[in-house]
Each structure stands twice: as C-alpha cells, then as structure tokens.
Design a protein around this ligand. Structure first.
Ligand SMILES: *[C@@H]1O[C@H](CO)[C@@H](O)[C@H](O)[C@H]1NC(C)=O
Ligand SMILES: *[C@@H]1O[C@H](CO)[C@@H](O)[C@H](O)[C@H]1NC(C)=O
Ligand SMILES: *[C@@H]1O[C@H](CO)[C@@H](O)[C@H](O)[C@H]1NC(C)=O
Ligand SMILES: *[C@@H]1O[C@H](CO)[C@@H](O)[C@H](O)[C@H]1NC(C)=O
Ligand SMILES: *[C@@H]1O[C@H](CO)[C@@H](O)[C@H](O)[C@H]1NC(C)=O
Length: 641
C-alpha cells in the first residue's frame, strides 16, 4: 500500500521466479543416445580449439532462439555444429538441456564429430555441412519395452503420431499432439515431433514420415523414440510434454487461447530477462577476464591446485556412470581415485567458460584457502581444460538427507549425533561468515549439502554458489541459485543477499533435523502447512513435541528430560533463525552461542514467512513482502512435491 510503485515490479519478479521454478521442473536432459563418428579428427591443435568454441557459440545462442548453428575453421579442419532444443522447452530449460549435452558430447573426441540425442535437445558436429541432411544410415527407432499396451492406446497413439508428423512441417518444424481417451488415462497418447531448424518444409516432412514409420514399429510398447538425421520424434502413454495447456482439442476454448497467449508473452519476457542477464554478466566477465591470460597460464602451471584434465578423466574411469555419486544444481559428481591412491570427488560443472578461466581459478584459489573441520576441502580444479572440473576430498558417508529422511537409516542418527551435526554445521557457517579475507555467504545450505564423514561429522559442501561478498549482488538468476524451501523470503523475492539468508536456511535444517521431515516434501496437499509453519504453530500452542522425529522417539528420549529440553531449545533456535524479518534473526555466531549456552534466555520468536496459506490473511500489515512470500510458497508447493 505504501509503496504501490514497487508492487508491479515485485509481481513481475514473482511471476518470473514462478516461471523459472515451473520450467525447472523438466529440461528433459536424459541422454537417449550418443553416436560418435568413426573417423579421427584431422589436426588436434586446430580441432580442439574449434570444437569447444563451436559448442560455446551454440550455447550462447541456443536459449534465445531454440536452435543454433556454428561454423569454425575451413577445409578438413572445419567444424560444423548444430544445436536444437525441442519446441516445448522454455529458454531456461533449453539452456540446461544443452549444458548437459555439452558435458557429454566431448566423449566423442578424438573422433571428428557425432550426434547426441537427449529427451529435450539435440547436438551434432562434423567437419562438413550436414545442415540439409534429413536422412542417413543411423536413422532408427528406440523402443522402451516396459509395458505392452492394448488396442485402444495403439489407436490413439497412431492418430497422435500422424497428427504430429503432418503438422510440424508447416509450424516451423515443431508440433505436439495429444489424443486423449476419456475414462482410462493411460490410454491417452502423447507425441512430440521436431525437425532441425535448418531443414525446409519438404525435407522436414520427409524426415518425420520416415521417423513415424519406424517409430510405429515400437507398437505395442508403451513408449518409443525415433532418432533420425534431421528430426526427433517420441510417443508415450505418459505426458512428458512441458506446457500445461492441452492443445489436443477444443480450439474454440477461449481460456486456452488466453492462457496460450499469456504464457507465450511470459516466455518472451523471460527470454528477454534471461538475455539481459546473460548479456550483463558476459560484459562483466569480459571486463574481468581479458587482462591476465598469460599470467594465468603460468599460475596454473605452478599451482598444486591445478589438476590435469586427463588425470581426472582417468581417475573417474572417463566419468563412468558407475562412479556417479550424485547430481547437484551445477554439475554431476563422480568418485575418483588418483594414481597415488587418494580418493577424491570430482564435480563436473554444467557451465564452462574458457574466457572466464582466470576468474574461475582465482575463485578456486580463494576457496581452497578455507580450511575448517566442518568444511569439505576443495583440493583444486581443472580450470583450463575442455570442461571445468572441481576436485574435492571424498567423504565416505554421503549427505545428511540420505540419513535424515530415510526411515531405517534415520535410526542411526541418535540425538547426540544430530546435535553434533548441528553444532558442526553452525561452526562451519560461522567460519565462512567471519572469514577475515572475504566474508562468504554460502547461499545454498540444505540437508543434501551437509556431508557426513566416517564419524558422522558434518562437513558443508558445495561452494559452487559461494561468492565473495563484494561481487554483483543483484541479478535475477541468483534467485534460482538456492533451493526452494530453504531460501529466505527476502532473497527469494528481492534477491537481497546477506548472511541472514544462510541463517534462514540453517534454521530450516534445524527443524528438519528435529522432525526428520523435509521442509517441502511433506506438503502433499496444496494447502497443508510447510514444516516451518507447522513448527511455529506447534511452538505457539506448546505442542512442539509433536514435531519430534519418530526415529528419535525410537530411542525413548521421551523419558529423558535433559534431552527433551535440548531438542526443544533447537526448535526454538530454528524458529528464531526462520523469522520473516531478517533483522530479527540472530547472526550465525549468535545462533551458535544460543545452541551451546543454556543459561541464556531466548527471546520469543516472531512469525516465519508464509504464515497462513489457507486464509491468505496478513497478520503483519507493515510489509509487502509477507504477502509475496506467501504466494511463492503456496504456488511452489505442487512443484516441490
Ligand atoms: C596442425 O596445425 C598447426 C597449425 O596450423 C600446424 O602447425 C601443425 O603442423 C599441424 N599438425 C599436423 C599434424 O598437421
Ligand atoms: C573430414 O575429416 C576426414 C577425416 O579426418 C577427412 O578424410 C575428410 O576429407 C574431411 N572432410 C572434409 C569435407 O574436409
Ligand atoms: C529443400 O531442401 C532440399 C535439401 O536441401 C532440396 O533438395 C529441396 O530442393 C528443397 N526444397 C525446396 C522446396 O526448397
Ligand atoms: C494403467 O497403468 C497402471 C500402472 O501404470 C496399470 O496398473 C494399469 O493396468 C493401466 N491401465 C490400463 C487400462 O492399461
Ligand atoms: C523391444 O521391442 C522391439 C519391438 O518389438 C524389438 O525390436 C526390440 O528388440 C526390443 N528390445 C528389447 C531390449 O527387448
């Protein structure tokens, strides 16, 4: 009310972050097939440079336009590249899918090129112009032989396949078709057809014709994909398509049209916003990166932090799936063994920017100086190789969430252990926040970023998001850097980043450790309370014990008043950390002190954000932020579960 001028902007940001959230749902970045050429590249020193520049150029263009080509070099050393996202991916998902394609694609090296088909995008490279090709010897269908379907589905699937293949050539190469069967949902058929943007309508029609014919041979199986030279097609009995509105019927439905227009406008706005962000960031990076490339080369050479790409490749068995430890927001983590027998964890980043190698290395350099018993050691990186790789110490026990949210393994975490983990996490955060050289905000504290060593000691992981304080604090993409459910409302809504954002996330982790429940996974119904809200309500009613993890009760702490008091105190501190008003949250050192020093009287917590999703009633009138946060929380629930 008082600042009406800001609210359209806030709404816009909210809308944007919801869109980004929604689109995060599925970039469909699973690889269907990687095909490598059989001839070797012609001249390594020219090829490698061109190859990675080609992927970078496509990466810079693809999320704007959905497809991109790049041509580098000439003669036998030429490098032609084509990237294509399928039409139902948002720009953001397109960037994610392509990022995945690009981390896998270098496996084809030293062959002169190849093709990779993912469920959301495609990438091909070779040393000649293949852009007009729509058929080739590799064309084939891949069937998923999971369930056999009945005649009803086969009829609807055939119809949807034909519809999609017929419609795409005149619609810019992309179409989707849904043939619904009322009554039994899995008799409905979902089809996507997409030609590469370099084909004309005639070639596109021919390609999809071949694709449809080969894919239909997957009948009666429930799912099939055609991987052709000029196009991709997929049918399924489950809805893998990205947009919500059903385009399969009732074209007269005005609401559908309005939704379609609105969402395409929104996608456009988002594309522009992402574009502006990327442009800004690139400008900043250019300014920073240009100066000291030569110096960097030398530093890299001398530094013990620098690992050879080939060493890490060998250590992880060429990034073998069997060595995969997990997938984070910014990359995939593999276990590796160095030649001297040391075990390591290698994080293979989705995003790679050779021109930023100097900055990147400086960041690594800074982070590697952080040494604390509750931080995962960063051992170094491969910064200037074909991909960006981070090397961490290997921890035996995986992350806190694997224990906490697992019904049987949760029993291994007795309260004393849990309290040790809480204390360790707090100490690690205090160290980051108070680091004299440059204070560091982690930004993404959550149960899966707290790793446990063989003694179940907490070690905070993933400094990929940690940046030193001074750097650009405000761009929209930061709002997708954290994890929903752990993000402080002011950070989520305004991108406003202070240490108090970490304090908020820490508070959520405290409540999770006490309850054994995940902050947003418990919300099965749209209007049920989040863990934080539930904790606040129970605390107000004096029934906080209801929150306690049944795995803790298993150890019969009910009869131990000392421990019960300690658990209650942790709930209290958790609520102080998750207060909506960030200035009221304690600092990390203060929170640690509250946890350890019992004679100190704790203040009563004020409300957390998103107080009452049911009534949507504002209980604190002064701020506009509460409303906004509530909306985000409410909308995000179905996505989060
Ligand atoms: C590869 O290209 C570089 C630069 O043009 C040239 O110096 C080198 O001799 C070439 N290598 C081979 C094996 O042709
Ligand atoms: C592509 O590379 C292969 C193998 O290096 C070579 O034989 C062929 O001539 C090259 N094609 C073109 C068009 O230069
Ligand atoms: C479409 O492209 C193919 C392959 O390049 C070409 O042979 C054909 O003539 C083109 N058709 C039209 C109508 O432009
Ligand atoms: C629908 O799918 C479920 C499980 O996926 C299966 O149990 C059921 O039999 C299917 N129904 C029909 C009519 O195919
Ligand atoms: C799946 O089914 C197709 C078509 O019936 C068949 O050609 C293919 O060999 C099967 N694949 C497997 C792995 O069973």
């Amino acid at each position: 009310m008082k600042k009406s001028g800001t609210s359209p902007f806030l709404l816009f940001i909210l809308f944007l972050s919801l869109l980004i959230e929604t689109s995060l749902a599925d970039p469909r970045s699973d690889t269907v097939e990687l095909r490598c050429e059989t001839q070797l590249e012609h001249n390594t020193s020219i090829f490698v440079v061109n190859f990675f520049d080609m992927m970078e150029i496509i990466g810079n263009k693809i999320s704007h336009s959905g497809s991109a080509v790049a041509i580098l070099g000439s003669g036998p050393d030429a490098n032609y590249g084509l990237g294509q996202c399928y039409g139902d991916l948002s720009p953001f998902d397109c960037a994610l899918c392509y990022a995945e394609a690009r981390t896998i694609f270098p496996k084809c090296y030293p062959y002169k090129g190849g093709s990779i088909y993912l469920d959301g995008c495609f990438l091909r490279a070779d040393n000649y112009s293949f852009f007009q090709e729509f058929t080739g010897p590799g064309d084939k269908a891949v069937c998923t032989n999971a369930t056999q379907k009945g005649p009803k589905f086969l009829l609807s699937a055939r119809q949807a396949v034909l519809n999609a293949a017929a419609a795409a050539p005149s619609q810019g190469g992309y179409s989707r078709s849904v043939v619904p069967v009322t009554g039994s949902r899995n008799e409905s058929a979902y089809v996507l057809a997409n030609c590469w943007s370099t084909l004309n309508a005639t070639s596109c029609r021919a390609c999809l014709g071949n694709a449809a014919a080969s894919m239909i041979r997957c009948f009666p199986w429930s799912e099939g994909r055609a991987l052709n030279t000029g196009c991709f097609m997929r049918y399924s009995d489950t809805n893998f398509l990205n947009a919500e509105q059903n385009t399969g019927h009732s074209t007269g439905n005005i609401i559908l049209i309005v939704v379609a227009i609105l969402s395409s406008v929104a996608v456009l706005i988002m594309g522009v916003a992402i574009g502006v962000c990327m442009w800004k960031r690139r400008r900043i990076q250019k300014k920073r990166g240009a100066n000291n490339v030569v110096e960097l080369e030398k530093t890299l050479h001398d530094s013990s932090l620098s690992f050879k790409y080939s060493t890490l490749e060998r250590a992880t068995g060429s990034f073998d799936d069997a060595n995969k430890l997990g997938q984070g927001g910014f990359g995939t983590v593999y276990k590796g063994v160095l030649p001297d027998g040391r075990e390591i964890a290698v994080k293979r980043l989705f995003f790679h920017n050779r021109h930023r190698a100097a900055d990147f290395f400086n960041e690594i350099n800074m982070i590697s100086t952080l040494e604390h018993k509750n931080l995962v050691r960063l051992l170094g990186c491969s910064c200037s190789g074909p991909e960006s790789l981070l090397v961490y110490e290997f921890l035996f026990n995986k992350s806190l969430d694997c224990f906490l949210f697992d019904p049987s393994r949760g029993k291994a975490l007795i309260w004393e252990k849990r309290f040790e983990i809480i204390k360790g996490t707090a100490e690690g955060l205090v160290y980051l926040h108070e680091n004299p050289n440059s204070r560091i905000i982690h930004r993404d504290i959550k149960a899966s970023n707290i790793l446990l060593d063989s003694k179940l000691q907490a070690k905070i992981a993933d400094f990929g998001l940690a940046r030193s304080f001074q750097e650009d604090k405000s761009h929209i993409s930061t709002s997708i850097a954290g994890t929903l459910g752990y993000m402080a409302p002011e950070y989520l809504a305004h991108g406003q980043l202070t240490e108090k954002a970490d304090v908020y996330s820490f508070g959520v982790v405290l409540l999770e450790i006490v309850s054994g429940k995940q902050n947003n996974a418990s919300e099965t119904a749209e209007y049920s309370d989040s863990l934080v809200t539930a904790a606040w309500k129970n605390f107000q009613l004096g029934t906080a014990e209801k929150l306690f993890d049944s795995n803790l009760m298993f150890h019969n702490y009910n009869n131990n008043d000392e421990i019960k008091k300690e658990i209650l105190r942790v709930v209290h501190v958790g609520l102080l950390c998750t207060q909506e008003v960030h200035s009221l949250r304690p600092s990390m050192p203060k929170a640690l002190q509250m946890l350890l020093e019992w004679d100190e009287q704790l203040p009563a917590p004020t409300n957390p954000p998103f107080m009452d999703v049911r009534t949507m009633k504002l209980n604190d009138s002064g701020r506009d932020q509460g409303d906004l946060g509530r909306d985000i929380q409410k909308k995000s629930m179905p996505i989060a579960t």
